[in-house]
Design a protein around this ligand. Structure first.
Ligand code: SER
Length: 408
């Protein structure tokens, strides 16, 4: 099933079940505690906190998201991306666990001919928060999941918050078993690469205060009990398209194939090159979406996130092709073309997106040239002084002033 069709089905299912379809908000967060939107619930935060009255009691959306916390994992695992889309259904004090859980199960397992995703229930496992007997009971007694398929996990896995003060609550996740060839038996508690998380149902009912990691105080109950769910579109696409990872799905896969063609490499030939091709495919798409939403390369905040993503793509392309070639224009074009069915506005913005990305590629090429000259002088000095280790100060200057990625 194509990625665009998965998104369409998700929205249609929840619309049929009384939810208002809300378009994706911009990647640039309105929330002053965030730079970029990392989750589908962000535009709805004021409703959860009771700061604003929602225009509808329930909603559904496909939200554009950026997460760069795990940028180093991109391309190395089957599922890490800097840009992804989160399918979600939301209840603002309307229904709670008793409806959210059966709805999710119905959509995932309903036959494709009936508008569902047609996943075999025998492939599915679920997790709940340690003491959440209510959620476990619904999975077991209402949905009919076998008790040994319901695992209980702690704060790290089954408690969700935004990483900053705001709404939070215990969650319950649905996992898809990719099969014994991907890892050990034993459910998601044993192996999160074999059992891949596809959908997170958050029971938003508390407000968290200041603190780092999971070490924060619960300030109290939210005014109402809410639902916030997030299903990773790219992950579900990988499952439904029967490919090994999100980079090989219909949309990202097109950028990957073009990157291989342009750099004269073959995907699948060399593990290290494959990682670089996957990084390029992910990053080019993220850059296109960020520029489309008005972000410009810069040295701080969202601009820095974009610059870092762009420079990592350009650097990887040069390593792959072994030449100072300029490939971003063509990759940007493929990425826009692959995304235009879901985001038709990209077509109107194409020229602007190209000019920003082309300019940054040229700018980085100039920087690489002068940085390389600086590197060669510093290396020469080091050798002349009988040293074998490049100085930290020079390395820092190359990284900070010249924007050299660490591995370069
Ligand atoms: N907010 C939750 C998440 O991002 C569910 O949507 O995973």
């Amino acid at each position: 099933m194509e990625t665009a069709e998965i998104a369409r089905r998700f929205l249609a299912f929840f619309e049929k079940n009384g939810h208002t379809v809300v378009p994706s908000a911009s990647l640039v967060a309105e929330d002053p505690t965030l730079l970029l939107v990392p989750a589908g619930m962000v535009p709805f935060k004021p409703y959860f906190l009771g700061q604003r009255t929602p225009p509808h009691a329930t909603a559904t959306s496909v939200q554009k998201c950026i997460r760069t916390k795990d940028i180093e994992e991109v391309g190395k695992t089957s599922r890490h991306a800097t840009f992804f889309q989160m399918l979600g259904n939301f209840s603002f004090g309307d229904y709670f666990k008793e409806r959210a859980i059966p709805l999710a199960w119905e959509l995932v397992t309903a036959p494709v001919e009936e508008g569902g995703f047609g996943i075999d229930p025998e492939r599915l496992w679920v997790t709940v928060y340690l003491d959440d007997d209510e959620a476990a009971g619904i999975w077991r007694d209402v949905v009919g999941v076998r008790p040994e398929r319901i695992q209980r996990m702690g704060m790290d896995e089954n408690y969700w918050d935004m990483g900053v003060p705001g709404p939070c609550g215990p969650c319950s996740e649905i996992f898809y078993d990719r099969g014994p060839e991907y890892g050990a038996d034993g459910g998601p508690a044993a192996d999160e690469d074999r059992y891949i998380e596809i959908w997170n149902l958050v029971f938003m009912q508390y407000e968290r205060g200041e603190g780092s990691g999971k070490d924060y105080p619960i300030l109290g109950d939210l005014p109402k009990k809410n639902i916030d769910t997030g299903l990773g579109l790219e992950r579900l696409a990988a499952v439904l398209q029967g490919v090994d990872n999100i980079y090989e799905t219909d949309i990202i896969g097109r950028v990957l194939a073009k990157a291989a063609e342009l750099t004269g490499t073959r995907y699948g030939d060399d593990a290290e090159q494959d990682v670089m091709l996957r990084v390029v495919a992910d990053h080019v798409r993220s850059a296109v979406m960020l520029v489309g939403d008005g972000v410009r390369p810069g040295n701080e905040k969202a601009g820095y996130v974009l610059r870092r993503i762009l420079r990592r793509s350009i650097r990887n392309l040069r390593l792959l092709s072994g030449a100072d070639a300029f490939h971003m224009h063509e990759l940007t074009a493929v990425s826009i073309d692959a995304m235009k069915d879901i985001y038709p506005d990209l077509l109107d913005k194409a020229q602007m997106v190209h000019s920003v990305i082309d300019a940054e590629e040229k700018n980085f090429a100039d920087t690489l040239r002068s940085g390389t000259a600086l590197f060669n002088r510093a290396a020469e000095r080091t050798r002349a002084a009988g040293g074998a280790t490049f100085s930290g100060a020079d390395a820092f200057q190359l990284h900070d002033t010249y924007g050299f990625p660490l591995h370069l």
